[in-house]
Write a protein that binds this ligand. Structure first.
Ligand code: SF4
Length: 373
């Protein structure tokens, strides 16, 4: 069996929303990405740190990790500490909770060939706690109604529901680079209901390459996203916006456009990337040509340049204060707080317009303040 299931848990948000995307993207090569490779390294380190924290034998993988960094180590330490806390909490309910690391979870009862790996499972009498580490920092991942977590939970129930008298399942996303720990708890029955009424029939459609194409935020993770007609048509809808009259857009129209524009930008930039990569590989697009972009001059040998400038009696280097991260590494976290804490400020970030569902609190604008007087 391959390393990845055709209907994988990690891609379930996509195939549950757009079942035919599974077969449509089957013929595309899996190119991987540096983000995915970094995530794999982080998981390996987390596994090691957690095993050490639990007193289990483990081999330090650090020297083989391409993307190892101090930040990654901090994240992995935080993850191990969080899991230990959860184990202690579980011990309040049951004296001897079971902790499983990197557990293979089979949910093929509902999804053809479906399996995945749970980063950590804690089983304490009537509750299973499924924990998933996320190293990415681009998208904030919530545990609530998260299909990947629900699939892992079903895989965990498949193993333990007969052995223990489980009634609830908690699912946690631990995403340290977004300061996000998101937990959602559901009853076992509600999971089974979702599995039978939604998951199973949709997985059958996906496996057969049937069902309706549907465009949404999941398209960003679809291998067919560049050439998909549904996505193109969906985004081209905005271009058909009725701009005829009156001459100025009203607030409702601007709000409507705002709600569609991120998807449009992302689709447009995907099309540009795809067309460029194809052209670099030799494809000719009618009316388009490849040219050389702008470039800036640079030194070919910095050591030789420094030597030559010094010989001329000049200092070739500029002195610059270290940044906050490098300074913290230099003098240590505690000393940094003691000595430099009073010199640190966090300026207000640039204003960004986001949907109301975004978790950040709204900022007060001058107009707002004025209205409130
Ligand atoms: S790009 Fe979007 S709409 Fe098209 S197949 Fe993929 S997920 Fe479905």
């Amino acid at each position: 069996m391959g390393k990845h299931a055709l209907l994988s848990a990690s891609s379930s948000h996509r195939w549950l929303n757009c079942p035919p995307s599974v077969r449509l993207s089957e013929s595309y090569e899996d190119k991987g990405s540096s983000y995915a490779a970094e995530g794999t390294d982080a998981h390996t380190l987390c596994e090691y740190k957690l095993k050490v924290a639990l007193g289990l034998p483990a081999k330090d993988p650090t020297e083989n990790l391409t993307y190892f960094s101090e930040e990654m180590e901090e994240c992995a330490n935080g993850y191990a500490a969080y899991i230990l806390e959860q184990v202690e909490t579980a011990k309040e309910k049951c004296s001897d909770p079971v902790v499983l690391i990197e557990q293979r979870l089979d949910f093929s009862k509902y999804v053809e060939g479906g399996f995945g790996t749970g980063d950590c499972l804690i089983i304490a009498d009537s509750e299973i706690h499924v924990c998933d580490y996320k190293h990415g920092q681009g998208i904030l991942v919530e545990a609530e109604d998260n299909p990947q977590m629900k699939l892992y939970a079903l895989g965990a129930l498949e193993i333990f529901d007969g052995i223990y008298d489980i009634d609830t399942v908690s699912m946690t996303i631990y995403q340290p680079r977004r300061n996000n720990i998101s937990t959602h708890t559901v009853s076992k029955e509600s999971l089974y209901q979702w599995a039978n009424e939604i998951l199973k029939p949709t997985a059958e459609l996906a496996f057969a390459g049937e069902g309706d194409f549907k465009c949404g935020d999941w398209c960003g993770f679809c291998k067919a996203k560049y050439e998909c007609r549904t996505r193109a048509e969906h985004n081209m809808e905005l271009a058909k916006y009725d701009f005829k009259r009156p001459p100025l857009l009203d607030d409702y129209e601007v709000e409507d456009i705002l709600s569609k524009i991120d998807g449009l930008i992302s689709w447009a930039s995907d099309i540009k990337d795809y067309a460029l990569q194809s052209a670099v590989s030799g494809k000719q697009w009618n009316g388009w040509k490849l040219v050389e972009g702008r470039s800036t001059r640079r030194f070919t040998d910095e050591a030789a340049v420094a030597k030559a400038v010094s010989a001329e009696g000049f200092d070739p280097y500029e002195q610059k204060l270290l940044g906050i991260t490098a300074m913290t590494s230099l003098i240590g976290k505690k000393r940094f707080e003691d000595v430099l804490g009073s010199y640190i400020e966090k300026p207000q970030g640039k204003s960004t317009l986001v949907p109301e569902s975004d978790k950040r609190p709204p900022i007060n604008t001058v107009q707002h303040d004025f209205n409130e007087i």
